[in-house]
Design a protein around this ligand. Structure first.
Ligand code: PMV
Length: 344
């Protein structure tokens, strides 16, 4: 085929065991685990046309804002061209759109690189006229997404997804993510209410944060902790132990921020509102006995995680006690999702 249009929708993901610090070639210093979300989605449409003159110079539009991220996407396409050489003979028009507010302070790089990588794999199938098996298709998409943004490699699968070699997990590898099978109903039903404390762009990017881990004096202890927490969280999931699961994810969230504070130079992404929310969650949990726990991304927003069975009570708690700490009362209710979908 000489021309066509492909569109993929790919969700974001929230890490439970955090990828923080990398080795060369955008491979992770430690294994990580996330679940893929359902509502926070990037839609990426790619129109392609055969153009033998080459010169990769895509048209790119993000949320109808031409210019934003164009250079980043052009650099990415140039980087993956040695792996996907057909790209140099295509004229590309890419438009990317997020279902979650652009200004919610929620990173969209995982979902947008996930969707773009899937679209590139679909284009390859169309122009070569040969379909590859599902496993190879998604592994290649995960591999390509990783080169755009590490955490993006987990977003090309639904449910619970790990990335990074772990000697106790067969099939785990640094190059691409691995979807985990047979996760029990309490974990597949988990909700994630994202409490948006601030939508400001972070003062220190994740790329810089990963870089600073190279000289963090606690770096090697952190890697050992992540390896051990990965085993502990999988044991908790396999034995339906929600309390243990929440203990591990909170330890991971707090360690992530401790790593930022102990980097040189150290920095703090938590805000007063973040700390108020964390304290209230722990207080409400111990009074009510309800199953819940929090995690944090590399930013001030809190992800409150809980099973579907307590959704009514937790939404009431958010409305009564937490929403006051959110910017413009913004809370995004999401849940474990089933993964990306090809739309066109
Ligand atoms: O994929 P990056 O380079 O944006 O890094 C993501 C880092 C965290 O979100 C903090 C953790 C993770 O595993 O997603």
């Amino acid at each position: 085929m000489n021309a066509g249009i492909i569109e993929w929708e790919c969700p974001s993901n929230i890490a439970l065991i955090k990828y923080w610090g990398k080795k060369s070639g955008q491979t992770p210093a430690n294994p990580s685990l996330s679940f893929t979300l359902s509502n926070c989605i990037s839609k990426v449409k790619v129109e392609y046309e055969y153009d033998p003159s080459g010169m990769l110079s895509p048209e790119y539009e993000f949320d109808n804002l031409p210019g934003l991220f164009k250079q980043k996407i052009t650099d990415y396409l140039l980087e993956i061209t040695p792996i996907m050489p057909f790209l140099q003979h295509l004229r590309l028009k890419i438009s990317s759109y997020n279902t979650f507010p652009h200004s919610a302070g929620i990173a969209s790089s995982a979902s947008s690189f996930g969707a773009l990588a899937l679209a590139i794999c679909s284009i390859k199938e169309e122009i070569t006229g040969s379909e590859i098996d599902q496993h190879s298709f998604f592994r290649t998409a995960s591999y390509l997404a990783r080169l755009g943004s590490g955490s993006a490699c987990r977003s090309v699968y639904g449910g619970y997804v790990m990335w990074g070699f772990h000697d106790k997990i067969p099939g785990s590898e640094d190059e691409a993510a691995l979807p985990l099978q047979e996760i029990g109903p309490p974990f597949m039903s988990l909700r994630d209410s994202i409490l948006v404390v601030s939508s400001m762009t972070k003062p220190v990017s994740s790329s810089k944060g990963h870089e600073l881990m190279k000289t963090n004096p606690f770096g090697s202890a952190r890697i050992s902790q992540a390896v051990s927490n990965m085993k502990q969280i999988l044991d908790a999931i396999r034995s339906d132990n929600l309390n243990e699961f929440f203990r591990v994810i909170e330890e991971e969230a707090l360690t992530l921020h401790a790593m930022m504070m102990t980097s040189s130079p150290g920095y703090i992404l938590l805000l007063p509102g973040t700390l108020e929310i964390l304290e209230k969650i722990r207080e409400f949990r111990s009074k009510s006995g309800l199953a819940m726990g929090f995690t944090l991304d590399a930013g001030p927003n809190v992800h409150l995680i809980y099973p579907q069975s307590v959704e009514t009570e937790i939404k009431q708690f958010i409305a009564d006690r937490l929403i006051q700490h959110c910017e413009n009362n913004l809370v995004i209710h999401d849940r474990v999702g089933t993964g990306p979908v090809r739309k066109i």
